[in-house]
Write a protein that binds this ligand. Structure first.
Ligand code: 3PG
Ligand code: MG
Length: 369
């Protein structure tokens, strides 16, 4: 079955629609730091309202532990949503009820009560088999919202027919989160460029000393296997920027002495990585190259953001941190697609499908294909 689109719904005029969105936005001291995920749901909301539907939206926010917690109240989101779209109701944080994460059938019943149709636009949460995501499609005529559909189309094109060379750049702190997707991507990419905290476990697997840098010792063997299997594809830093005793910052090679902690790729690596990106037909970037919140360790991520902007290739950025990096460095408009999903985009690339998509394809109104 295909993914049902908004057009596959029965006439929404005068109907009540439950809209699952991913309004899990960063909030600091009660104010929203980045409203991308709210704005990204507007095309779907507008379509539904233009077709005469009454929209009730729902989302999770943060990770409250199955009970109400004022820190994770939807109030700031509700206020912002009201500024962007009028007449949309927003339920309280779904994760205030333990039934959301356990996919409890009674909780699903409560969610769909009084609703006629269900629309899922929560791409960022489509990798979670939670009640509001996988439950309603078996109860109500259902559809993918515009954002979800476009995310699947763009990320699907990376799996199906990427223009070559296909380069992926991965960063971020932990290699353990990304081993599965690295294995899967190595079947498809021409180059897999690795930076960020995770690169030190690879450097250790090559026999380098990493000093006080992030290291996942129990993953060194996995990294060594990948280096052996994919010697031609994997690209690692050749220099790093490190923080040493008494806060000294230095560019070092790939052997890092004790007392020093690598926190960014070095200028040589930044130039090499940028060349890979500007020479690509397709580029996917997930995860910063260093601790870019601190100016002393921002150069690698900044260089990569600019290379993404300059690349003639089809450029895709996924993951909250790299998405905020392209905005911070002022190049978001020059990226072809900035995904609203981090974990979801990587899991889609790893498995080619997600629980939220499977559920929609089983909806009673899903098109046969
Ligand atoms: C995200 O921000 O990654 C999604 O909203 C999913 O949130 P979660 O990782 O807490 O399930
Ligand atoms: Mg381009």
């Amino acid at each position: 079955m295909g993914l049902p689109q908004l057009e596959d719904l029965p006439d929404p005029s005068g109907k009540r629609v439950l809209l699952r969105a991913d309004f899990n936005v960063p909030i600091q001291d009660g104010s929203i730091e980045d409203d991308l995920r709210i704005r990204a749901a507007l095309p779907t909301i507008t379509w539904l309202q233009d077709h005469g539907a009454q929209v009730t939206a729902c989302s999770h926010l943060g990770r409250p532990k199955g009970k109400p917690d004022p820190e994770y109240s939807m109030d700031p989101v509700r206020a912002r949503l009201a500024e962007l779209a009028s007449g949309v109701e927003l339920m309280e944080n779904l994760r205030f009820d333990p039934g959301e994460e356990s996919n409890n059938a009674v909780f699903v019943d409560r969610l769909v009560e009084g609703q006629d149709l269900y629309v899922d636009d929560a791409f960022g949460a489509a990798h979670r088999a939670h009640a509001s995501i996988v439950g309603p499609p078996s109860r109500l005529p259902s559809a993918a919202g515009r954002l979800l559909a476009r995310e699947v189309e763009v990320l699907g094109s990376l799996l199906d027919k990427p223009r070559k060379p296909f380069v992926t750049v991965l960063g971020g702190a932990k290699v353990s989160d990304k081993l599965g997707v690295i294995d899967a991507l190595l079947q498809r990419v021409d180059r897999l460029v690795l930076g960020g905290g995770m690169c030190f476990t690879f450097l250790a697997a090559q026999g380098h000393s990493v000093g006080d840098s992030l290291l996942e010792e129990d993953k060194v063997d996995d990294c060594r296997r990948l280096l052996e299997e994919a010697a031609d594809e994997l690209v690692l830093p050749t220099d790093v920027v490190a923080l040493g005793p008494s806060d000294e910052v230095r560019t070092l090679g790939t052997d890092i002495p004790d007392g020093w902690k690598g926190l960014d790729i070095g200028p040589g690596s930044a130039a090499e990585f940028s060349d890979e990106v500007t020479g690509a037909g397709t580029v996917l970037w997930n995860g910063p190259m260093g601790m870019f919140e601190d100016d002393r360790f921002a150069a690698g991520t900044r260089a990569l953001a600019h290379a993404m902007a300059d690349s003639p290739g089809f450029t895709v950025v996924g993951g909250g941190d790299s998405a905020s990096a392209v905005r911070r460095f002022g190049v978001a408009d020059q990226i072809d697609w900035v995904s609203t999903g981090g974990g979801a985009s990587l899991q889609f690339l790893e498995h080619g499908d997600l629980p939220g998509l499977e559920a929609l394809r089983k909806a009673p109104n899903a098109p046969a294909d």
